[in-house]
Structures are given as C-alpha cells and as structure tokens.
Design a protein around this ligand. Structure first.
Ligand code: NAD
Length: 466
C-alpha cells in the first residue's frame, strides 16, 4: 500500500511512498539494533565527522533540496533555502561537539572521585512534523547520532521527501547502514508502533499537543524516555516605547513566515493602546502587500498551507470569531476567490483587530496566516494576557527600556523569550516549552543530555591504591 505526496500549491502528485506497517517498524528496529554496537563504540569525534561530511553535502545541494522542500511543503523558495542552510548549520554544530562535552567530574571529600558519564541510550525513535521537516530532522538526528544512539524516524506524510533525501545524504557521508532508518506512513499505525516498540528506549516527538498527549500516555507503558516539542501560541508584546518600524516588520515577518505554520510564529499580538491606531494602519499596509502564490514564483511571501484540513481548521476559527463578533477583520479572512489559487490550499493573510480575551483565536494554536491583535493599557495587563494560554513555547517583548525587558523576561511563562526579535532558534541555545508546549529541550548541550543516559561512577582512591 502507498500514499501520495502532493504539491499543496497545485495538488499535483509528486511521489507515492510506502504506507508503512507495524512489521516495518520491527524490521527498522532490528537494523538499528544491529548497527548499535559499532556506532556507539565510536568516539564522539568520529561520529561528528560523519555529521560534518553530511553538512557539507547538504550545503552543496541547497538548491535541489530547497526546491524539493518547496514542492512538498509549499513554503516560498527563499524560506526553504533558509531552512536547508539551517539544517546544515545544525549538523555542523553537532559535529563540532567532539569532546564528551556533557560529562562531569567531581573531586569529593574522603578521597572519592566522581564521574558522571553520558552514555548512549541505545535504539531510539523520532517522530517529526511537516512544517519544518528538514530543520527538525537535523535537530533530532544530529543530536541522537552524535550521542551514539541509532535511530528509527517517522517523517510526516505532509513532507516526507526532504527527510528521505537528508537520510540518503547521511548514508553518503559514511553513516553505517542501520544507524538511521526512516519509516513512512500514518501516525496512528507506524507512529504508535514506534512508541510502543519495547526495544526503543526513547521517543523524541515534535508535533501537536493532541498527538503529544497520546504519545506521552503510550510511552508510559514502557517508562520510555520522552521529549515532547509541542504547539505554541506565542505572544508578542509591543510597548509604547518600542522601535515602531522594527516591531511592525517583526510582527509581519514572524507571523506570516511559512504561511504562519511555525511552532514559534507570533500567534497573538498585544499592542500598547497609545500606539494601537497608528499600528493598525501600518500593519494593514504591510500585510496586504504580502504577495501570495506558488513558493517557486519570484517575490512570493505567502505560499499555500500544507494541507486542506489545516486550512479548513484555520478558516473555521476565523469564521467563528467573526460570527461571535470577537474581533474586526481588517484584511483577509477567507480563502482567495481567484481561479489562480483554486487548486491549492491557499488562505489569505489575515489581520483581526480588537480580539477579545477568551476567543479561541487567543486560546488555541492558530496554525496558519492569521494574526489576532489586542491592545493593553499597562505591562501588568500585557503579561496577564500573554500568560493566559495553556501553551508556553516562546514569547517576545519589544521595548527600548531594559528594565521593562528584564521584568518581562522574568514574568513571561515561556521556554524562550526574545527581546526586540522573535523566532530565532540557533542550535547552540536550548529550545523547548513550558506548560503544555512540551517536555525537555532540543539543541545545545541539553540535547546531548536528553539523548543520553547518565551513568554515575564513584571511585574510592583509597581502595583503588590497595
Ligand atoms: P501532528 O501531531 O499532527 O503530527 C506530527 C507527527 O506525528 C507526524 O509525523 C504524524 O504522522 C505523527 N502522528 C500523528 N498521530 C500520531 C500518533 N497517534 N502516534 C504517533 N505519531 C503520530 O502535528 P503536525 O500537524 O505535523 O505539526 C504541527 C504541530 O507541530 C503544531 O502544533 C506545531 O506547533 C508543532 N510543532 C512544534 C515544534 C516545537 O519544536 N515545539 C516545532 C514544529 C512544530
């Protein structure tokens, strides 16, 4: 059995891939088990060299990989190119951690030396989404392999081709057969089989809150290690003293990038009431100027959404808010009428002003090109609005006053806080959410720890010398 991978801009079938089964997961796990002794016995430096070579190959093929990513995912070619370059950066970053950086040494009283060693977990699993399929592949595969694990990965059916190409590149770079295995197919079948497979000792999942809940409960049966990188509803707060131009272009760039389908997109905009009227006019101009079209067309800033069902969900949330008079649509708010867009999953970039607290536009994760805007009177209210969400992934504050920034950094409930920018996620810096945005962190040394078991060794030097 197979499934079709379609271009979300045109509906054209790009490929047919195997609809994997539970048995395929079993076969992949056997391959990963067989590859484990040799791969885990290599030094970190040796493993890092494979990632280094893979990064160079990714860089050499940026154009080809970016076109593939745009074709299956829908994002503008410029953004796809950024993502592929970002993936090479991540692999390079991990290739540079060649010492056993996360190990610890303590000289204790009583002549005792203690070593805390990071050791591979063993055969591990990863499940990734379609929105940033190359970058998230890099985050998980780079850290998991460097830490000495072997891996079975399930890509999302909305964008599986780029991960398959990246896996092939790792093979060309010298990764031994079986160290990384991809199984395509439905989440309910192969995803769940991966989580339930007893020989897999850790699952790293990136995706929606609903799927994260399901995976967390399934993983409990085997007390499996889990990392959950789930949804977000990031607030952006623009204070009265913010650099106005920078804040507007930041809000537009970080809400509409990837057609609003980023976990850390600006999903709620809170603006000080004194600047709200001026901001409204400028935002409207900036958003209506965004060119919509196929990701490969020059100058396009808004591609199609990845799936028809994703677009339907976003359209329903907007329609409901309009019906309930929870906000005022300034632009967009509908599926484009032009025939030019009829075959794709397009949705007009949308601005909704004066959205009332309690609206689902603010309570839920709106994963598409819709920006709800609400004004506030003082910072206490802004922080309360920002924190009024089950999610806690990212948040940003835009101000020229360092005291306001410091105060917001402390009070915002988020795993990552940006000041005067949003969304940047460099590989050196741990990334992940608080509250229902997930468990654990990716990136940085914390990712190496998350892909390792720690083993504590205590050596009594007195006994040793006997
Ligand atoms: P999704 O949860 O629908 O799917 C993610 C992956 O899980 C896919 O590979 C899917 O096939 C698989 N899956 C689905 N059901 C499963 C099940 N029952 N068992 C095991 N696997 C299953 O999410 P999506 O729509 O692909 O991605 C969008 C979501 O991902 C958004 O909520 C977004 O915020 C989130 N996201 C989070 C981060 C982060 O780092 N926190 C990054 C990117 C995306």
């Amino acid at each position: 059995m197979t499934f079709e991978v379609r271009d979300p801009a045109s509906g054209e079938v790009l490929a047919r891939l195997p609809l994997g089964t539970r048995e395929d997961i079993g076969t992949a796990v056997e391959a990963a088990e067989a590859a484990l002794p040799e791969w885990s016995a290599r030094t970190m430096r040796e493993r890092g060299r494979v990632l280094e070579r893979a990064a160079a190959l990714v860089r050499a093929r940026v154009g080809q990989l970016a076109r593939q990513l745009t074709a299956e995912q829908g994002k503008p070619l410029r953004e796809a190119t950024d993502e592929i370059r970002g993936t090479a950066n991540v692999l390079e970053y991990y290739s540079g951690i060649s010492a056993n950086a996360a190990d610890e040494f303590h000289r204790l009283s009583g002549g005792i030396d203690a070593f805390v060693l990071c050791r591979p977990i063993g055969v591990t699993g990863a499940i990734i989404p379609w929105n940033m399929p190359a970058l998230i592949f890099g985050w998980k595969v780079g850290a998991a392999l460097l830490a000495g694990n072997t891996l079975v990965l399930k890509p999302a059916s909305g964008a599986p081709l780029t991960p398959l190409s990246l896996a092939q590149i790792l093979g060309e770079a010298g990764l031994p057969a079986g160290a990384l295995n991809l199984v395509t197919g439905a989440g309910e079948e192969v995803g769940e089989a991966l989580v339930l497979e007893p020989r897999i000792r850790k699952i790293s999942f990136t995706g929606s809150l609903e799927t994260g809940r399901r995976i967390y409960s399934l993983a409990a049966q085997e007390i499996k290690r889990v990392t959950l990188e789930l949804g977000g509803s990031d607030p952006m707060i623009i204070c009265a003293d913010a650099d106005f131009n920078r804040a507007i272009s930041g809000a537009v760039a970080h809400r509409f990038y990837n057609c609003g389908q980023v976990c850390t997109s600006v999903k709620r905009l809170f603006v000080h009431e004194s600047i709200a009227p001026a901001l409204e006019a400028r935002l409207e101009n900036a958003v209506t100027a965004l060119q919509m079209g196929r990701g490969t067309d020059p100058g396009v800033r808004i591609g199609p959404m990845n799936s028809h069902s994703g677009r339907t969900r976003v359209a329903c949330l907007v329609d409901e808010a309009v019906e309930r008079e929870e906000g005022r649509v300034l632009c967009g708010g509908q599926v484009p009428r032009s025939n030019k867009f009829a075959a794709g999953n397009f949705y007009e970039p949308t601005l909704i002003m004066d959205v009332v607290p309690g609206s689902r536009l603010l309570r839920e994760e709106v994963f598409g090109p819709v920006l709800p805007v609400t004004s506030f009177t003082d910072m206490d209210q802004a922080i309360a609005l920002a924190n009024d969400s089950p999610y806690g992934l990212g948040a940003s504050v835009w101000t020229s006053d360092p005291r306001t920034a410091r105060d917001a950094i402390e009070r915002l409930q988020a795993g990552i806080v940006w000041v005067n920018h949003h969304t940047k996620v460099p590989p050196e810096v741990p990334f992940g959410g608080v509250k229902q945005s997930g468990l654990g962190r990716e990136n940085g040394l914390q990712a190496i720890q998350a892909w390792s078991e720690s083993k504590s060794i205590l050596i009594n030097k007195g006994i040793e010398s006997l």
